[in-house]
Design a protein around this ligand. Structure first.
Ligand SMILES: NC(=O)c1ccc[n+]([C@@H]2O[C@H](COP(=O)([O-])OP(=O)(O)OC[C@H]3O[C@@H](n4cnc5c(N)ncnc54)[C@H](OP(=O)(O)O)[C@@H]3O)[C@@H](O)[C@H]2O)c1
Length: 315
């Protein structure tokens, strides 16, 4: 595992981050107990995955609560990232949201507090300023944003030196790439989420897959009938590279993201110990130019032919 400085902040983060949306009913199977989830988090630390990303939105506070339990006795080893939900824009709401997160996470500071989605009412400057105030109070170490476009990132930077922008990025989702260069130039780390395209790039799913009610994949664009055949072409290319290197398609998809310019960390969701071990090892090998060209061609073909959506979930 390699470690990178997160933008202009003092935080040092692992190149693979633990996505904690998995610790909620949006992903995790009902057969998994809280102890199973805590075991995944503890093993993540053993594997060197020190950046953990959660949010009040994940399971309506459940993810933060179970993360808080996993942190017991290990708080100083984790770079803890959480978020302020959309709609919590004015200072009192941001303060209250932070207090609730601190309570659920059972800690007295958050390493990175991110604005989860930009405000529809264009009040982002106010939200960023409110989090900056929490930095001064010692409750938060760094300010981040998520899903911010170029203009919104510029606006945020006028208010405070934000450490990061968390954005979707995968072989099947490259629409935000033009923003990465700007982030790099302005010392804003890029945290890439959904590097497996919510699992479509793992080769596990096809047109016959049925997700349980409540699973976020029921809304995810990659699993729509008009998109899936295009996405599975990219998965086929990942499989080809995987066979050559004796790795898995998931490891190819993650490795590709972490080696792209300006990426600080890839936030990967693992819903079992086996997935976690595989995902942590995704950065232990190197692709060659031929592999990169194959993936680039498949990814470009996808972006040229698959229908485009405003975001990954068509609700
Ligand atoms: N800022 C935002 O707006 C935002 C949005 C989305 C996500 N995120 C963050 O990013 C994290 C990851 O994103 P994500 O969960 O959307 O997508 P992802 O990491 O692309 O995909 C995760 C899913 O892929 C499957 N998977 C993972 N590793 C695998 C492996 N080695 N082999 C086979 N299947 C594997 C699992 O599916 P099963 O569960 O079916 O086994 C897992 O739930 C989240 O936990 C969250 O922290 C942030």
């Amino acid at each position: 595992m390699r470690y990178n400085k997160l933008g202009s902040s003092d935080l040092i983060v692992s190149e693979i981050a633990l996505g904690c949306a998995q610790f909620s009913s949006q992903f995790i199977k009902t057969s998994k107990t809280e102890a199973d989830m805590i075991a995944i988090m503890h093993h993540a630390l053993d594997l060197g995955i020190t950046l953990w990303d959660t949010a009040p939105l994940y399971g309506d506070g459940y993810s933060e609560t179970v993360v808080g339990k996993a942190l017991k006795g290990r708080r100083d080893r984790v770079v803890l990232a959480t978020k302020v939900s959309q709609g919590y824009t004015v200072p009192e709401q941001v303060w209250e949201s932070c207090e609730q997160s601190l309570r659920r996470l059972n800690t007295d500071y958050i390493d990175l507090l991110q604005v989860h989605w930009p405000s529809a009412k264009e009040e982002n400057y106010m939200t960023v300023a409110a989090i900056a105030k929490l930095v001064k109070e010692g409750k938060v170490r760094a300010v981040g944003v998520s899903n911010f476009n170029l203009a919104q990132t510029e606006e945020a930077l006028c208010v405070f030196p934000i450490a990061s922008n968390q954005l979707p990025y995968a072989l099947v989702w490259r629409y935000e790439e033009p923003l990465f260069e700007y982030c790099g130039r302005n010392k804003v780390g890029v945290l890439a989420y959904s590097p497996l395209g919510e699992g479509i790039l793992t080769g596990r799913y096809d047109q016959t897959t049925i997700f349980p009610p409540g699973d976020v994949r029921n809304q995810c664009v990659f699993f729509k009938p008009e998109v899936m055949p295009h996405a599975l072409q990219v998965t086929a290319a990942a499989k080809q590279v995987a066979e050559k290197h004796n790795v898995t398609p998931a490891q190819v998809a993650i490795n590709w993201v972490t080696r792209r310019p300006h990426i600080t960390s890839a936030i990967v969701g693992s819903s079992s110990l086996a997935q976690l071990a595989q995902n942590a090892a995704a950065v232990d090998w190197d692709m060659d130019d031929e592999d990169r060209a194959l993936l680039q061609a498949a990814s470009e073909a996808y972006h040229a032919s698959a229908p485009r959506f405003a975001h990954m979930w068509d609700t």
